[in-house]
Write a protein that binds this ligand. Structure first.
Ligand SMILES: Cc1ncc(COP(=O)(O)O)c(C=O)c1O
Length: 412
């Protein structure tokens, strides 16, 4: 008898991000100290005002419209207008259980192929496979801050059958490199020339350390989808509140996406949608400044103390990741390298091969969030005064893990 599970689904493996977390937990249960640099989760508390709104709305039990609460969509529309200068009307916004689901719906609906710059987030490729959309990886380099150049993008587009529709996925600040794209305008020009759609994953854009919100939609609003949500900037990953903004020219997608939503999750839970109005109605400026300042300081500490003639690394620009590259001849793949590091130092990181790089590239993803964000947040009164002493006090695991990693690399 043939297998009861579809072949393409069988091939999917559990996201490596979760696997490394499980493996770390296992080591901890055996009494080993593990530095959790593998799992990317915001350590900060959700702003009180937003939590209060969730409490106040906990009694609500009715289903909301599939597309989401109109007032929430209106606030998100305004939020995007102030950040990108573009009008994504509330009618073109879909509230989803996390932005991950929004992207999956696009893959399910889209008829075409996908260009993913490497490094790219672990779920992009499996999602495209679920949607039966062919993936074209586009490897980037350190010299362009780990984003494609216009030329590289154009070359890739030209190598693909012209008749097929294309989506370029862009994620800045980037998971895993922690870098911000400096050539959005150039990429927009190329995408526009070849009528390539863009899926701009802006889940980390509020965590840009230069305090600017840069979106490719500024230069290419007509064919850019934007996804975002509460998971990163306000640490509410478990609330599962994301959104998708569809450009007016692509409104044809909306009814299909709504059908897919209605036949799967129906609508995002009601209390969270009401609470999220608060998240988008106000700027939460002080909160965001503080969160960015702490992340920037911790990221810089890691960067300064790791970079050496054995470890190449770009300075932190946003999100909470760095992508160290280890110069070595000992290990054949980045995954073997990560295993050895976990075994010998207790530092858990993810291999670059999980993010679209060839296995023999010695890149890794380091997430510098292994600290008590509530304590750190409470103790910062002046963002410009976060020094090494504070980092040692409030992020001791990061400090110790970095020291172990740096010493380990000396023997490479
Ligand atoms: C690059 C990137 N995009 C999207 C997501 C999905 O976030 P969520 O579904 O929680 O909105 C994540 C989460 O880790 C991510 O790292």
């Amino acid at each position: 008898m043939s297998s009861k599970v579809k072949k393409k689904i069988q091939k999917l493996k559990e996201s490596s991000t979760l696997v490394i977390n499980e493996k770390s937990k296992d080591l901890i249960s055996k009494g080993k100290k593990v530095f959790q640099f593998g799992f990317g989760q915001s350590p900060f508390p959700i702003p009180d005002e937003i939590v209060e709104k969730l409490k106040k709305n906990a009694y609500r039990k009715e289903y909301l419209p599939i597309q989401g609460l109109p007032r929430l969509r209106e606030k998100i529309s305004k939020y995007l207008l102030t950040r990108t200068g573009n009008d994504y009307p509330k009618e073109n916004i879909l509230i989803t259980p996390g932005s991950k689901e929004a992207m999956l719906l696009i893959h399910l609906a889209f008829n075409g192929e996908i260009i993913i710059p490497a490094p790219g987030w672990v779920s992009y490729e499996p999602q495209a496979e679920i949607g039966s959309n062919k993936v074209h990886w586009l490897e980037t380099s350190r010299s362009n801050n780990w984003f494609p150049t216009g030329k590289e993008l154009e070359k890739k587009i030209k190598s693909i059958n012209k008749k097929n529709n294309l989506i370029l996925i862009l994620n800045s600040p980037n998971n895993p490199s922690g870098t911000v794209c400096n050539n959005l305008e150039e990429l927009a020009r190329v995408a526009k020339k070849h009528k390539v759609l863009v899926l701009s994953d802006e889940i980390y854009t509020d965590l840009t350390f230069s305090n600017e919100y840069k979106s490719i939609s500024k230069y290419y609003p007509e064919l850019t989808f934007i996804t975002g949500g509460l998971s990163k900037w306000c640490g509410a990953g478990g609330w599962r509140l994301g959104f998708l903004a569809v450009p007016k020219k692509l409104t044809e997608f909306l009814s299909s996406l709504k059908s897919l939503a209605s036949e799967s999750y129906s609508t995002v839970n009601t209390p969270t949608q009401y609470a999220s109005i608060e998240a988008y109605a106000n700027e939460h400026k002080q909160y965001k400044l503080k969160v960015r300042a702490i992340l920037n300081a911790v990221g810089n500490y890691v960067y300064t103390n790791l970079k050496s003639n054995k470890i190449l690394i770009a300075p932190p620009q946003g999100a909470f990741y760095l992508m160290p590259e280890f110069k070595n001849k000992k290990y054949k793949t980045s995954s073997k390298l990560c295993e050895a590091i976990l075994d010998e130092t207790g530092v858990a990181m993810l291999p670059g091969s999980d993010f679209g790089f060839k296995p023999k590239k010695m890149l890794t993803r380091l997430s510098y969030t292994d600290f008590n964000g509530t304590e750190f947040f409470k103790n910062v009164t002046n963002c410009s005064q976060i020094d090494d002493e504070m980092i040692k006090k409030f992020a001791p695991n990061v400090v110790e893990g970095v020291s172990k990693l740096s010493n380990w690399a000396k023997n490479l």
